[in-house]
Ligand binder design. Structure first.
Ligand code: DNO
Length: 359
């Protein structure tokens, strides 16, 4: 296991590489070329420049989150051939630059969805939160406007203004696409990219849909154990793997997180670990990482990852906004640093216990 932090690049992140370097136990970053559009080919020069910047700060690039999938691939439109070729080129360039992990998602229109970006908790911290009732009341194309004010001047992944301007058009593209069609389009995509992943040893790690159910009537498939196992088996290649995100699968309280981790042994290439606090099954907020602040048993989650021999990068996920920090909601420095150190502490204890009991 390697502890990492997500970093959006110097031009987009309020957190610096120098700060990340000072978080004890963090050795790598998960990053991206944040200003590229889905479908664009990433050049080797830009990838190399990104790597050099990270390495000159004493860290390394542990993986990419995300290389976004063009909407035509998700909808199975004719132009998908061109965009799949572009995707393959980007994978090849990453591989040639010695980057071997790519996180992506297959969520229609919206990436992850929250209804509040700054819900106040009793200790004065603010957190991202979700209420189904609020979504049910909201017109999808007003969704962006309703939360844009809370972004602290940042651009949030999945909530780029260019994407939001096209919401109506994007919704129209999904007319007639149900879960089965989305599965078929995902299979098609994976089958096409696997030869490149094999050639350059790229681990693809699909991010779950967040929340793990359909929003605004759009199909969503990466939501539970049954579907994720189906996804893995339908293209049975070790490079076809997953990002295990506790905070996303965990939005559905029926998902037994440690059990899912065990079922995915060998196919978890990347992990996002965070806690959620539920006020009702359809109202949750992103608590601090520690178990007693939310509903998940973080020890059991880390133990399951340890037991399956997980050796990929892990990162703390969305943090609370604390100590007066102004940053991209969920992606400030302080609370994610606390999360990284806590998760490392759990891991150390689990590992030592295991080694001692083994003899
Ligand atoms: C939100 C993230 C997601 C994730 C993408 C992966 O903070 O967890 O935006 O990066 O879905 O493609």
């Amino acid at each position: 296991m390697e502890m990492t932090l997500r970093w959006y690049g110097a031009a987009h992140d309020t957190v610096t590489l120098q700060q990340i370097r000072q978080i004890p136990g963090v050795t790598g970053v998960i990053t991206t070329l944040y200003d590229t559009a889905p479908g664009e080919v990433w050049s080797r020069e830009r990838i190399r420049a990104m790597k050099e910047e990270v390495e000159s700060a004493g860290l390394h690039v542990s993986g990419i989150e995300s290389v976004n999938v063009h909407e035509s691939i998700k909808t199975g439109a004719q132009e998908r051939e061109t965009y799949i070729q572009h995707y393959c080129k980007t994978l090849e360039h990453l591989g040639r630059e010695d980057i071997h992990l790519v996180c992506y998602n297959f969520m229609p229109v919206f990436d992850w969805t929250r209804t509040e970006l700054a819900r106040m908790r009793p200790d004065g911290s603010t957190v991202l939160a979700y209420t189904q009732e609020a979504v049910d009341r909201l017109d999808p194309d007003r969704m962006f406007a309703s939360i844009a004010d809370d972004m602290n001047g940042t651009v949030m992944p999945g909530w780029e203004p260019e994407r939001m301007e096209r919401v109506r058009e994007l919704f129209a593209m999904y007319r007639g696409i149900d879960d089965e069609a989305l599965f078929a389009n995902l299979k098609y995509f994976l089958e096409r990219i696997m030869p490149v992943c094999d050639a350059y040893d790229i681990n693809m790690a699909i991010h779950p849909d967040d929340p793990a159910w359909s929003v605004f009537g759009l199909p969503r498939i990466i939501i539970n154990k049954e579907n994720i196992l189906r996804m893995i088996r339908m293209v049975d290649n070790p490079h076809n793997g997953v990002t295990f995100c506790s905070g996303s699968y965990g939005t559905n309280l029926k998902n037994d997180l440690p059990d899912m981790i065990r079922a995915l042994k060998g196919r978890i290439h990347f992990a996002h670990v965070r806690n959620l606090k539920f006020n009702s099954p359809t109202d949750f907020e992103e608590a601090a990482h520690v178990s007693n602040d939310g509903n998940f048993d973080m020890y059991e989650i880390m133990k399951a990852l340890y037991e399956i021999g997980f050796h990929g990068p892990i990162r703390p996920d969305h943090g609370r906004m604390i100590w007066g920090e102004k940053a991209m909601p969920g992606y400030g420095l302080y609370d994610r640093a606390l999360g990284a150190v806590y998760l490392n502490g759990l891991w150390e204890a689990i590992e030592k216990n295991d080694k001692r009991s083994a003899g």
